[in-house]
Write a protein that binds this ligand. Sequence first.
Ligand code: ADP
Ligand code: MG
Length: 475
Amino acid sequence: MNYKAVIGLEMHCELKSNSKVFSSAKNGYSEIPNEFVRPVDMAFPGSLPVVNKKCVKDALKMSLALNCTQPEYMYFDRKNYYYPDLPKGYQITQMESPVGINGKTIIELNGKEIPVYIHDIHLEEDAASLDHYYSTSCIDYNRAGVPLLELVTEPCLSSADEAVAFLEHMRSIYQFCDVSEGDTKKGQIRCDVNVSIMEEDDKEFGTRVEIKNVNSFGGVHDAIEYEIKRQSTLKREGRYNEVEQETRRWDEETQSTIHMRSKVDAVDYKYFVEPNIPKYKITKEWLEEIKKEIPELPLECKHKYMEKYGLSDYDASVIIKEKDYVDYYEECLSLGIDAKTGSNWLTTQILGEINHEEISLKDFYVTPKLLKQIVDATKEGTISSKQAKEIFLKSCTEKKEPKSYMSQENAQISDENELNQIVGSIMERSQTQIEQYKNGKTNLFDYFVGQVMKETRGKANPVLTKEIITKYLNS
Ligand code: ADP
Ligand code: MG
């Protein structure tokens, strides 16, 4: 028997900003540990937090984009616990009055619309990072105090695919709203995944297991599948009591979840209002201003691409996955590249190449402007589509303009007079074949095309060649 899975996600995403959320230290990455640190990030006595207004604004922007309700006042809470990566002994977060509650967003999966309900979204600070070595561990405070937005969904997702589709959807929204790069490779997105199973007609949810700090979408997918299988097996074997409310972690190496602690010894965070940050009134006017800055969101963008430009659901979904893709595509359109042609290049050749080179599209050599050289030449018939692909690849690897590979010498022959002459001379010396053709051996057509290609070393425009041959044979 198959059980129904119930999944809820806690998604952490680092926000873009010049300085940290409660200090003036730089929010950035450095090879040098502890480079971006101010006294407050190290919890020096007497140091006080100051709220970064840009972070509050971006948090509210996300709250609005996700159709949440915003609070009247902005204030923070202390979440008290001890861990080496948390120098103050507490994290400044929001518990009582998050920037957003009761939100909803629609995701699309396999052509189906699925609503995902947001319990809340709140602004907090990231912890320092720990680097573990053979016999020591080091603390790097560069990450301490980096702005973090935590989004908690209701337990409304029902499969690993849905969970990943939601995360990808959210990542594009963060990027579209320009509040985060949403780069999982840089550890900017980390998730806690909650999974339980139940029978189809059960009235109550099953016991949930939490998998902490999964840092890739692939990891989220695999951890969910693993957990559903593990819990289902226990239930099937009549050992469901062994599924306990616990925190596990995803182990990449063994591709399994491993017990960390049970919720029985759950930490009591002793939340209270952070006294060092005054309450801040969120005015209607400010919210209105922020609302105006919310751009067209991924799903609207996808529908526009499908309806206005006739892209397939699949292609449009691929393009809206990353803001960089959309930017590239929009630039292609504004340069006058045909919508379908641009989408084909982007979703196949270009994405294939940047994955292969392991670079981001922003750093890709063949910009829309350069791509246009190839697209135009193909349209004019100076190069064949096969040549276009070859020139594209050469241009990527040798970092030279596509134009430079389109010399007279390897240009496609599309001149009708020139082709007429070539076909004419071939026909003159192929009287036997022409006769056979006229007597019904029509597959000899390919023979004539072959002769032309041989003569022109493959450069004859194939469409035109076939037209001219047909004319000759019918005359
Ligand atoms: P905690 O503070 O222990 O993390 P929360 O009440 O904040 O607990 O819930 C965290 C997450 O667990 C939410 O995303 C929620 O959707 C999810 N969740 C709650 N109950 C279940 C359940 N029975 N199965 C799966 N997920 C659940
Ligand atoms: Mg939790």
